[in-house]
Write a protein that binds this ligand. Structure first.
Ligand SMILES: Cc1cc2nc3c(=O)[nH]c(=O)nc-3n(C[C@H](O)[C@H](O)[C@H](O)COP(=O)(O)O)c2cc1C
Ligand code: SF4
Length: 448
């Protein structure tokens, strides 16, 4: 069997991606205000202009209030606001790319749990929960690191939440989005339904994937036959001593079941049961923690200097525990791909063209990157360009200096000077000028 190439098209449901390179979902911190559409265009259009086949917008929230996992997340609830996103989708389409919107609710991971200043300003907000808060998280609450006042959803409320996913999907399709992407991992509420660490329900939703089935039905009812995909977590990086959690076999069987139910693509990702560095493996973000511009923001987010330092210490331990591992989801994707007949998308630590070519066809059908787009918004021009070699690699060093300041609402940009210099040098030599890829792409002279 011949393996597909990166510049081969790929069908996801009824939509054809022009190639198999995608920008993975990554927070844009665009908010839901008057500037949001412009911010999203400036964040996402460069990837499309540079040749990405699919641009996945970072997670957006399906609830009118609460449920944001981080500051400045965009809500997809106001029809007038969402209709204005047509400007964004048009801009992406002008470059021949497709755009997915990722829908999410943070549940127990929402800002009202961990962000002190936000919690104080929104003291009436309660986290939506699948089941009562798990014991290890209750302990963190007692120690003062987290603050839970959770509301466990009854069966009717779970259906209502699924309807909200469908409602947002319907508005997004009307605004020109090509694919609905469900934030099924990274500890959002969908992940919490899937995970036995969180889900101890006695009703039909005690069967975790059932929630994703009902969400799928709601999307079909409210958004038509738009392709639907989801991240699927394996909690293989859960710390020792954590009780029941999703194994790789569980993740594979969830992917199989969802594909059989109708999902048009899956993105298997390994991680832990909580939001930690296992989903963004890399080194300790020393520069981000030491940068004075963000200190007061860290203190407001984490509840003072001492707690902020303890979180930094936690980051140091996580960076040691979850060291960078190239293409760390490759093997999981390979196993899932053996079992499902829909496209498998792979992301996590993929940096080099040779590695991409090895993954395509054997482990997955499309390859995504996230942090490298902060460092090089037009990275696809290099990875798909005429001068590409197997050694062509993203300049991102996976140091996570971009991630920490986002707890203060700071925009997602690369914050490592050596990496920015490397990208600047590449720009100077025209590496992001998108060359004509084939004879068909060479513009013809209208006079001649
Ligand atoms: C700052 C930041 C924000 C992210 N936001 C999202 C998100 O909104 N939704 C999501 O599914 N994954 C999110 N991710 C995870 C990425 O999509 C990706 O899986 C992860 O960063 C690993 O890929 P990479 O090594 O290419 O960065 C985020 C990652 C980072 C670093
Ligand atoms: S700060 Fe820059 S180099 Fe470091 S992970 Fe983020 S984008 Fe990559």
């Amino acid at each position: 069997m011949t393996h597909p190439r990166l510049d081969d098209p790929l069908d996801i449901g009824s939509v054809t991606l022009p190639n198999r390179l995608y920008r993975a979902p990554l927070l844009e911190c665009a908010g839901t205000g008057p500037e949001a559409v412009e911010t999203l265009i400036s964040e996402l259009e460069p990837a499309a202009r540079a040749g990405a086949g699919l641009v996945c917008q970072g997670a957006t929230i399906v609830a009118d209030e609460g449920g944001c996992a981080a500051p400045e997340m965009t809500r997809v609830t106001d029809p007038e606001f969402v209709a204005n996103l047509r400007e964004l989708t048009d801009r992406i389409h002008e470059h021949g790319a497709k755009i997915a919107i990722q829908l999410e609710h943070g549940g127990l991971r929402s800002m009202e749990t961990w962000h002190t200043e936000y919690r104080d300003a929104n003291s009436g907000l309660r986290q939506l929960a699948v089941s009562p808060v798990p014991k290890p998280l209750r302990l963190l609450d007692r120690l003062g690191f987290l603050d839970y006042d959770a509301h466990v959803l009854d069966t009717d409320e779970v259906y209502e939440l699924a309807r909200n996913f469908g409602r947002s999907a319907g508005m997004a399709v009307d605004a020109g989005y090509d694919i609905i992407h469900i934030a099924g991992a990274n500890m959002g509420i969908v992940h919490q339904f899937l995970s036995p660490f969180y889900n101890r329900r006695a009703d039909e939703f005690g069967d975790g994937p059932r929630f994703l089935e009902v969400v799928y039905d709601e999307i079909r009812a409210q958004a038509g036959d738009v392709p639907v995909m989801t991240k699927v977590p394996a909690e293989t990086a859960a710390p020792p001593g954590i009780g029941p959690h999703l194994t790789e076999d569980d993740a594979r069987s969830i992917c199989r079941r969802l594909a059989e139910y109708g999902y048009d693509a899956v993105v298997p990702v390994s991680g832990s049961v909580v939001w930690d560095a296992s989903i963004v493996r890399g080194s300790y973000p020393a520069r981000a923690w030491e940068d004075e511009r963000y200190q007061s923001g860290y203190e407001s987010a984490f509840g003072g200097k001492v707690r902020s330092r303890l979180v930094a210490l936690g980051n140091r331990i996580e960076a040691w525990w979850y060291d960078f591992d190239p293409a760390w989801n490759g093997e999981l994707c390979r196993r899932v791909r053996d079992e499902v007949s829909v496209p498998v998308l792979c992301e996590g630590g993929i940096r080099e063209r040779g590695e991409i070519d090895r993954l395509l066809g054997s482990a997955c059908d499309a390859v995504g990157m996230a942090r490298p787009f902060y460092a090089e918004p037009e990275l696809p021009a290099r990875l798909l360009g005429r001068d590409v070699t197997p050694e062509t690699r993203a300049v991102c060093e996976s140091c996570n200096n971009c991630a920490v300041p986002q707890v203060t609402g700071a925009p997602g940009v690369c914050r490592t000077p050596s990496v920015l210099r490397a990208a600047g040098e590449l720009r100077t030599v025209g590496a992001y000028d998108r060359p004509a890829k084939s004879v068909d792409d060479v513009p013809t002279d209208p006079e001649g």
